[in-house]
Design a binder for this molecule. Structure first.
Ligand SMILES: [Mg+2]
Length: 177
């Protein structure tokens, strides 16, 4: 079976809306997702960079994130024909391990626990495909990279881009033909 490695944040889990909401609440701001085209929140409010990153380091931040639309249904379908691995660069936020694992158990319980990979540098990942919203991870990946659309990466052009999980479904079904 071919392997598909799937990133977690902003691909199957949605930290961005929660991060923005928390930030706006705590720092009395009014930034929307549309303000983030091609930019990170830390670039918009550089003087609050530490505070912005600290929100993500709160141990419960990742526990109650929304699931990205259609990701469960499509992964459950692809799981029959591919070996699915969830690969998250969790070393950036070691405080998130427990919440991330519990979130996966809750929302993606059909996936094999042995196929959950918490890592640092994703160049170690040996898979045929990597679906990720971060171009840096795709740059070091040796297989076929697939860029999952996100406001941050709207300017990136060098990778195959998918807008949502319906696109991913079509991509893999068409690939099989
Ligand atoms: Mg990500």
């Amino acid at each position: 079976m071919q392997r598909i490695a799937v990133d977690m944040d902003d691909v199957i889990a949605a930290p961005l809306p929660k991060h923005l909401q928390l930030f706006n609440q705590r720092y009395n701001d009014n930034i929307s997702i549309n303000d983030l085209q091609g930019r990170y929140l830390t670039e918009l409010r550089p003087h609050l960079e530490k505070e912005i990153l600290d929100l993500l380091a709160e141990p419960d931040f990742f526990r109650d994130l929304d699931v990205m639309e259609d990701s469960q249904e499509v992964l459950e379908l692809l799981d029959r024909e591919y070996d699915i691995f969830i690969v998250t660069a969790a070393m950036e936020l070691p405080t998130s391990f427990s919440a991330k694992y519990q979130w996966l158990e809750k929302h993606f319980s059909f996936l094999n626990k042995q196929n959950i990979v918490f890592c640092g540098d994703k160049s170690i990942v040996d898979a045929d495909y990597l679906i990720d919203d971060n171009p840096k991870n795709l740059e070091v990946f040796k297989g076929q990279g697939i860029l999952f659309n996100s406001p941050y990466n709207s300017h990136v052009e060098e990778f195959k881009r998918v807008d949502n999980w319906k696109d991913i479904k079509s991509y893999f079904i068409d690939n099989k033909k």
